[in-house]
Design a protein around this ligand. Structure first.
Ligand SMILES: Cc1cc2nc3c(=O)[nH]c(=O)nc-3n(C[C@H](O)[C@H](O)[C@H](O)COP(=O)(O)OP(=O)(O)OC[C@H]3O[C@@H](n4cnc5c(N)ncnc54)[C@H](O)[C@@H]3O)c2cc1C
Length: 329
C-alpha cells in the first residue's frame, strides 16, 4: 500500500448551489478536494451568476470561475459541459471533482469525452497514491464489492456520491469570483429551457443526500405517520419500498432500490421491509442497517447490523417516545 500524497496542479470542483447557497454535497466534495490538493489549492466552477463566495471560501476555495452563459441554461448538460470545459482549459487542473447526482454523472461523462480522459461516477472516496495516481473508491455489483479505480489518461473526472465525506470547513476569507468567456457550440445553443416548476421539498433532507434514512415497506400497512415521525426526530429522509409507492402510500420519488433512488446513508432504518434484492440493491452501501420486522426469517436480517423482531407500530412508537424522552431529559 503506497502512502497518500497530494497533486501538483489545482483540483477543480464543480459546485452546486440551491437558492444561492452552496449545497451540502458540494461542501463534502470540496472537503475531499482539499485532501488531494497540494499548494496549487482548490478552484471551483460555479454555473450560477451569484456563487456563495463566503461558503466557498470557508471550504478552502480561493477562486471560483463563473462561465459566461450568454443566456443559456446550465440545466442543459451540453451547456454545462462546454462551460466547465472552458474553466478547465483556464485552470489546467490535475483532476475535476463533482457531485454524483443524475445531472452530475451526465456532466462527468461529457466532460471526460471533451477532455479526452475518463470519468468515474458514484465514487465513495478519492486519494492520491505516492506515484501521483488518483485512486478512486467505488462500490459495485449491487454493493457486494468495493473497488479502487483510476483513470489512466488525461485529467480524471470523478463524481462523488453525496455523503462520501463529512463536510469540514477550513477557515479562510471569502473566495474571489472571476468570469470565464465560453464559445458555445451550435449544439449547446440548440436547446433552451422554456419553463421550470420547482417541486416542494418539504423540510426533510433529499433522499439521496441524507445521512439517515427511515424506510417504510408493506409492513407499515399504508400508514407512514410513524415512519415520518421517527425521521423527523432523527433529522432523516423518508424512503419506501416499491410496494409502498405502487400502493400509493407515498410518492414514487421516495422509492429506494434498483428502479428507484440509490442511497448510501450512515444509518438506514427499514420498517416492515422484507429485504428483497431489488430493494437492497439501492441501499447496500449504507454504513449501518437497522431492520424492524415481525418475521425473524425476513431476509433483511441477514444484512442488518441491528435487528428488532416485532410489530412495526410498537417498535417505532417506542423508539420515538425514547428519543423524545432523551431529548427532554
Ligand atoms: C424489475 C423489478 C424492479 C424492482 N425494483 C424495486 C425497487 O427499486 N425498490 C423496491 O423496494 N422494490 C423493487 N421491486 C420489488 C421488490 O422485488 C419487492 O417486491 C419489494 O421490495 C418488497 O417490498 P416490501 O419489503 O415492502 O414488501 P414485502 O416483501 O411484502 O415485505 C413486507 C415485510 O414486512 C413485514 N411485516 C408485515 N407486517 C409487519 C408488521 N406489522 N410489523 C413488522 N413487520 C411487518 C413482513 O414480515 C415482510 O418481511 C422490484 C421488482 C422488480 C421485479
Amino acid at each position: 500500500m503506497t502512502e497518500p500524497t497530494t497533486l501538483t496542479a489545482p483540483v477543480l470542483v464543480v459546485v452546486d448551489h440551491v437558492g444561492g447557497a452552496l449545497t451540502a454535497p458540494s461542501a463534502e466534495v470540496l472537503t475531499l478536494a482539499r485532501t488531494l490538493a497540494g499548494p496549487a489549492g482548490v478552484a471551483a466552477a460555479a454555473l450560477t451568476d451569484a456563487p456563495d463566495l463566503d461558503a466557498l471560501g470557508r471550504y478552502g476555495v480561493g477562486t471560483v470561475h463563473v462561465p459566461e452563459l450568454d443566456g443559456l441554461s446550465p440545466e442543459v448538460t451540453a451547456v454545462a459541459a462546454e462551460a466547465v470545459l472552458a474553466v478547465a482549459r483556464e485552470v489546467e487542473p490535475a483532476a475535476v471533482l463533482l457531485v454524483s447526482t443524475f445531472a452530475g454523472k451526465e456532466l462527468a461523462a461529457r466532460l471526460a469525452v471533451a477532455l479526452g480522459s475518463g470519468a468515474i461516477v458514484d465514487a465513495t472516496g478519492v486519494a492520491v497514491t505516492a506515484d501521483g495516481t488518483l485512486a478512486v473508491s467505488k462500490t459495485v455489483l449491487q454493493g457486494t464489492w468495493d473497488t479502487t479505480c483510476a483513470v489512466t489518461r488525461g485529467v480524471p473526472v470523478v463524481a462523488l456520491k453525496p455523503t462520501a465525506a463529512e463536510a469540514v470547513p477550513a477557515p479562510s476569507g471569502a473566495a474571489t469570483a472571476v468570469s470565464v468567456p465560453v464559445g458555445f457550440s451550435a449544439g449547446a445553443r440548440a436547446v433552451r429551457v422554456v419553463s421550470r416548476t420547482e417541486h416542494p421539498r418539504g423540510g426533510r433532507a433529499p433522499l439521496s443526500e441524507a445521512k439517515v434514512v427511515v424506510v417504510g415497506g408493506r409492513g407499515v400497512d399504508g400508514d407512514f405517520t410513524l415512519v415520518e415521525e421517527l425521521a423527523d426526530e432523527l433529522g432523516a429522509a423518508v424512503g419506501a419500498t416499491r410496494v409502498a409507492t405502487d400502493e400509493g402510500w407515498i410518492e414514487h420519488s421516495a422509492q429506494v432500490g434498483q428502479t428507484g433512488v440509490t442511497i448510501s446513508p450512515r444509518l438506514y432504518i427499514g420498517a416492515g421491509v422484507s429485504g428483497a434484492i431489488h430493494h437492497t440493491a439501492g441501499m447496500q452501501a449504507a454504513e449501518t442497517v437497522v431492520a424492524i420486522n415481525n418475521d425473524p426469517e425476513a431476509p433483511i436480517f441477514e444484512m442488518a447490523d441491528l435487528g428488532v423482531v416485532g410489530d412495526v407500530s410498537d417498535v417505532l412508537s417506542q423508539a420515538i417516545a425514547e428519543l423524545r424522552r432523551l431529548r427532554q431529559g
